[in-house]
Design a binder for this molecule. Structure first.
Ligand code: FE
Length: 361
């Protein structure tokens, strides 16, 4: 796959020195180098290899601040999650990867099933991140949160008509529901959360009801569902929160007009709360630089990093009290389902079978 790109980020003291050497002020840089040659060499050799399925340029600011703080360079390998997992597996004991970051607890579970992670064991992380957003044995940690919500056409649906995910199976919504395919992990995790909250029979009956209410056969990603909703193909879309701020902030006026038409409803506020998922990361079992890997994850859950990390994709921080993106904040506060995110992975195979049987393509 040619999608894999490699970037090395040099900054902080090591980069400052490198830049300074290339410039006219050689004398000063030389003198600082000669003052502590051992430290300079040690710093230039410390590298953290990050395999990430997040593709946001703003994340690079966080790698820079990590380097500035620790002197450790971040070498980034970017690709889709499944490609990264396959790559780590094929690299085996010789893998240079220290940290794997991906989105959706269902995908972290796949890496966990392949035995790729080792426990993190960090007090700083356990204190900063709520227990339900961390693996029970510390194999991965949530770094940002997204809610899978009900979005609706404000001209057609009164939010007072909405209540729970369960109620979307009601025949009142015949021909109205837009949602992406069951092959996508976001829906598998949502169904996994319903399995946890109810049982297999009720979840299957629910899935059949939702399929009967589809406005069309599933196609496209979450953005496509929002656009179809605004275009009148259906009146309700099941999507992740961050897709709407993306449209609201778009440079394309047509996309901003789409966002204007759409309302956000947080389901199940009177019972277990709205289904939330995470993007998260873990330290690889074969990490050559384990200590730096833990330090890096600690850096990402610091208050300063959280504001940047979550905002780069219009997500919710995992650390309480960190300011939200203003568009995201305008959708209001909500209570999230406090089930441990590791459950979504555990329930994944059954969720998939249920969606198959229900005819959710
Ligand atoms: Fe997404």
């Amino acid at each position: 796959m040619n999608k894999i790109t490699r970037r090395a980020f040099l900054c902080g003291s090591a980069a400052t020195a490198a830049v300074a050497i290339g410039q006219a002020g050689k004398a000063r840089a030389q003198s600082s180098l000669t003052q502590s040659p051992v430290i300079r060499v040690a710093q230039s050799q410390q590298v953290l290899n990050l395999y990430s399925a997040r593709h946001y340029d703003t994340d690079t600011a966080l790698y820079d601040s990590f380097t500035a703080r620790t002197g450790i360079r971040v070498n980034l390998i970017e690709a889709e999650a499944d490609a990264l997992i396959e790559r780590i597996k094929s690299e085996g004991a010789n893998s240079p990867a220290d940290v794997l970051i991906t989105v959706d607890a269902g995908r972290l579970w796949r890496a966990e099933q392949d035995g790729l992670f080792q426990p993190i064991n960090s007090q700083a992380i356990s204190q900063a991140v709520p227990a339900n957003l961390r693996h029970p044995d510390g194999l991965w940690v949530g770094l940002s949160k997204r809610a899978r919500v009900i979005m609706y056409d404000k001209t057609k649906v009164n939010p007072a008509e909405l209540s729970t995910y369960e109620a979307l199976a009601d025949e009142k919504w015949r021909g109205q529901i837009l949602v992406r395919s069951s092959s996508h992990v976001y829906n598998q995790s949502l169904v996994g959360s319903l399995l946890q909250a109810t049982d297999a029979n009720r979840t299957e009956a629910w899935a059949r009801g939702v399929v009967a209410n589809f406005a069309r056969q599933p196609e496209g990603n979450d953005t496509a569902q929002i656009k179809a909703c605004a275009a009148g193909v259906g009146s309700i879309a099941i999507v992740n929160t961050y897709y709407l701020p993306r449209l609201a902030k778009s440079e394309d006026p047509a996309e901003r007009a789409v966002a204007e038409k759409i309302g956000v409803f947080f389901p199940n506020q009177r019972d277990r709360g709205t289904h939330v998922n995470i993007s998260g990361g873990g330290v690889l079992k074969t990490a050559p630089n384990r200590e730096a890997a833990v330090q890096f994850l600690e850096h990402l859950v610091s208050r300063e990093s959280q504001a940047v990390f979550a905002r780069s994709n219009n997500e919710y921080p995992v650390v309480e009290g960190v300011e939200l993106d203003s568009v995201l904040a305008s959708y209001g506060r909500f209570r999230d389902d406090a089930v441990n995110a590791s459950i979504f992975g555990r329930n994944n195979p059954e969720a998939l079978q249920i969606m198959d049987r229900a005819g959710w393509q």
